[in-house]
Design a protein around this ligand. Structure first.
Ligand code: GLC
Length: 565
């Protein structure tokens, strides 16, 4: 059944300009600019190809700024576009202060930055601070001799014995985390690929050089950084062996507790310093923070909110089923940290949300349901390109087609991340309008229906739903500033909550089940005695009654309404 969108939105204007915001860190309502911004991750290889080589580029991104503005995006996070041998598709940087020719020139970056500013869209760069490429000049010098000026910029150690690495640490990309270099007869440490040697953050020269990199980009107009793999910045100085756990991982390596190379306390000391530099530029730090409990997440904000403003909450993201109780728990966790919550449902490292939550029969409804949830919660939202279309994973089926190094190392157990990195689907022409040539990764067949051109014409599309919910989010004070109040907490099928602000509130009701759920709300306890609500946005097939006491929620439906006292 086709759903109907009901939307009542007054025209609204976004008053602030970037230059104003740069001068004024806090807006009239007391917000930092990043609190109410919607962020959008762009994987530059796959967004838009302006020069027809099958790989996306900066001019391609530039040509889509109108689309992004119209969608409701306030800031783009561009995954690494620096010069790189592309061992890990840009997460192996050989020069932090330039653009890879594959993506354009530095001038193209400046052009993009100036056009983005005109669109009131900020740019966030991806800061790969844990490691460089071996092609970086620092590493080239480091490996040249044991006494080179940059030797101690990386982590070099003797083996335990001939042919035996310094300890038992395994790489996240499979195999030992140590690579032997016969030239100097020592091993270097790489948490990720061999082509990603870890920097030694205990060396003050490394710290200074990396802080200067952030200053360089601030000077060129960027508004912040997404901090790559920040959990892994420090290693135990004594390089103690990690405790081995039972079983093997997808690469066939022993399972391990990364006790001595993951989330060491020194990370927090470093983040405070990095934050001081960011604060000088009114910039935001977004963390790739893989926390396993609420306390770890809380720690990343800093004792005095003086570390990462926006640590991504992957515990929320990893609720891989439509489970109201599980989402409730994670939302409550995020709410309880005292920091500003950050919600993400997909990125370039995980299977697209369309596949993780979809049941195969109602995927479009479920995509709207997920958007109806995470874009109406209290906090900052970070979208992933194509999520707004209901783009799906297109995983490789043959090993020889795999591009991602972890898919190559881990096949067939680990198929890698190519599937979630396919070209953006702009229209139904060959290669989805991404490029006139064969793209670096194949588009899934669903591009024929799930593309920007087709969905823009269909009021019931996932894209139109995203536009509506993002517009509401920018416009409704309760969605910007309101408290989060959980409702009907025992309901296992329907997640509902109130965003309560002064004399008004927005009620969000999300049926996460495949059956119709009759719902009834009495909001007197929450300070709202009115019995009726005004619909803001819904996917219900017939206009819902205004009565809060009787809302019939169809399978996977969304109901968002305004209530007054
Ligand atoms: C982060 C990135 C991932 C990359 C890794 C190594 O996890 O998101 O794509 O492979 O760091 O840089």
């Amino acid at each position: 059944m086709l759903s109907k969108l009901t939307l009542s939105l007054a025209a609204f204007a976004f008053a602030s300009t970037l230059s104003d915001a740069q001068k004024t860190p806090v807006d009239a309502a007391g917000h930092q600019w990043w609190q109410n911004a919607v962020f959008y991750e762009i994987y530059p290889r796959s967004f838009a190809d302006s020069n027809g080589d099958g790989i996306g580029d900066l001019n391609g991104i530039d040509s889509k700024l109108d689309y992004l503005k119209n969608l409701g995006v306030d800031a783009i996070w561009i995954s690494p576009c620096y010069p790189s041998p592309q061992v890990d598709f840009g997460y192996d940087v050989s020069d932090y202060e330039n653009i890879d020719p594959m993506y354009g020139t530095f001038k193209d970056f400046e052009h993009l930055s100036s056009d983005a500013k005109k669109h009131d869209i900020r740019i966030i760069m991806d800061f790969v601070l844990n490691h460089t490429s071996p092609a970086h000049k620092w590493f080239q010098d480091s490996e040249s001799s044991r006494t080179s000026a940059h030797r101690d910029w990386y982590i070099w150690r003797d083996g335990k014995a001939p042919g035996i690495p310094p300890n038992n640490w395994v790489s996240g990309f499979g195999g030992s985390a140590w690579q032997f270099d016969p030239k100097t007869n020592q091993y270097y440490y790489h948490y990720f690929a061999v082509g990603q040697p870890d920097l030694n953050w205990r060396n003050p020269e490394v710290e200074k050089a990396m802080f200067d990199v952030t200053r360089f980009w601030y000077k060129h107009g960027v508004s912040g950084f997404r901090l790559d793999a920040v959990d892994l910045l420090f290693e135990d100085p004594n390089l103690r062996d990690n405790p081995v756990l039972p079983g093997k991982n997808d690469f066939g390596d022993p399972n391990m507790e990364n006790k001595y190379n993951d989330k060491l306390p020194e990370v927090h000391t470093e983040l405070k310093k990095l934050r001081t530099v960011a604060d000088e530029h009114n910039a935001v730090l977004i963390g790739e923070t893989y926390t396993s409990n609420r306390d770890e997440l809380k720690e990343y904000y800093g004792d005095h909110n003086d570390e990462i403003q926006l640590p991504m909450d992957f515990m929320f993201c990893e609720v891989n089923k439509l489970s109201p109780p599980d989402f409730r728990t994670q939302i409550a966790n995020a709410e309880s940290t005292g920091g500003w919550p950050v919600y993400v449902i997909s990125n370039h490292d995980m299977t697209r949300s369309y596949n993780r939550y979809g049941d195969g029969a109602h995927n479009d409804q479920i995509a709207k349901l997920m958007a109806g949830m995470y874009l109406t919660l209290r906090g900052t939202a970070i979208m992933y390109y194509g999520e707004e279309l209901g783009m799906e994973n297109n995983d490789p089926v043959r090993k020889e087609d795999v591009k991602d190094p972890i898919g190559i190392a881990g096949w067939p157990n680990e198929k890698g991340r190519d599937g979630e990195r396919t070209p953006m689907q702009w229209n139904d022409s060959p290669y989805a309008g991404f490029s006139p040539s064969k793209p670096w990764l194949p588009v899934p067949a669903s591009y024929k229906t799930h593309n920007v051109a087709a969905e823009s014409k269909d009021p019931d599309s996932v894209l139109e739903f995203y536009k509506h919910v993002l517009a509401l989010r920018h416009h409704e004070p309760a969605l910007l500033d309101g408290d989060y109040v959980a409702l009907n907490q025992d309901n296992a099928n329907v997640l509902s909550y109130l965003r309560r602000y002064k004399n008004e509130a927005v009620l969000v009701v999300l049926n996460m089940s495949a059956t119709t759920q009759p719902m009834s709300f009495n909001l007197a306890e929450q300070g709202f005695s009115a019995q009726t609500a005004a619909t803001l946005l819904t996917t219900l097939s017939s206009p819902p009654s205004r009565q809060l006491s009787s809302i019939n929620m169809e399978p996977f439906s969304v109901y968002i309404a305004k209530v007054t006292r």
